[in-house]
Ligand binder design. Structure first.
Ligand SMILES: O=C[C@H](O)COP(=O)(O)O
Length: 253
């Protein structure tokens, strides 16, 4: 990965999704111990299920691995059974939050406008949003990957992000959990298109926002993907559940 003096450190974030019981904290502790022993070039984050957030934040307190949420509500509090707000995530020890993941866009019909409102809520709570974008297989096969993703970028990112800490993650829906990945050329093309939107929207700040790649990132393909132009880190699902695999991906950055 090419990192200039003005480029922020890459971010390698693990998304545990709805996996993990208390015993899984040992995997997070193992990641933190290894990161402490050999500080990596990348920032490292783990986003556990909400039930583990507080305990993981306590377990990793003082370590260089940061902890994040997987979603938040746009309101700071209210009668929203089952939801969790950005201030609650921050209160539990989170410093970042994944927003607009395709599993939420797909399973809960989350719109770009809702994602945009959540981004503002996250920032107001002091959290760094990681905003996910990505096309379905049908959209890619129809030659629509780039317009779909840039459209999501335009509509999911609120106007007033200049100077704010946030990241974007390109996650082709068909690559998530399937073992399939786009070609390196396709990843580079979509990341370049996202970068153009970020620069158009946020000027110099948009030029430095990390654009993560996500979708079947594994120890075997991490180095090549992370060396791709405009790839500023990875959002890792399945391979983040085991410390050994996650650490191999972190080392590739
Ligand atoms: O948020 C992570 C992504 O959905 C990627 O998941 P995966 O690495 O299991 O394909």
């Amino acid at each position: 990965m090419t990192v200039s003096l003005t480029t922020p450190r890459p971010l390698i974030a693990g998304n545990w999704k709805m996996f993990g019981l208390e015993a899984s904290l040992d995997e997070a502790r193992a990641v933190a111990a290894a990161v402490a022993q050999a500080p990596p070039a990348a920032r490292v984050a783990i986003c556990p299920p909400a039930t583990l957030l507080h305990r993981m934040a306590d377990a990793l307190s003082g370590e260089s691995v940061i902890v994040g949420g997987q979603d938040c509500h746009a309101a700071p509090q209210g009668a929203y059974t089952g939801d969790i707000s950005a201030p609650m995530l921050a209160d539990a020890g989170a410093t970042l939050v994944i927003l607009g993941h395709s599993e939420r866009r797909g399973s809960y019909d989350e719109t770009c406008e809702e994602v945009s409102a959540k981004v503002l809520a996250a920032l107001a709570a002091g959290l760094e949003p990681v905003i996910c974008l990505g096309e379905t297989l049908a959209q890619r096969e129809a030659g629509q990957a780039e317009p779909i993703v840039t459209g999501q970028a335009r509509n999911s990112l609120p106007d007033d992000l200049s100077g704010q800490a946030f990241a974007v993650a390109y996650e082709p829906v068909w690559a998530i959990g399937t073992g399939l990945t786009p070609t390196i050329a396709d990843i580079a093309a979509i990341h370049a298109a996202i970068r153009a939107v970020l620069v158009e929207r946020f000027g110099d700040h948009g030029a430095s926002v990390p654009i993560l790649y996500g979708g079947s990132v594994k120890p075997e393909n991490a180095a090549e993907i992370l060396a791709t132009p405009e790839v500023g880190g990875a959002l890792v699902g399945g391979a983040s559940l085991k410390a050994k695999d996650f650490l191999a991906i972190i080392a590739a950055a």
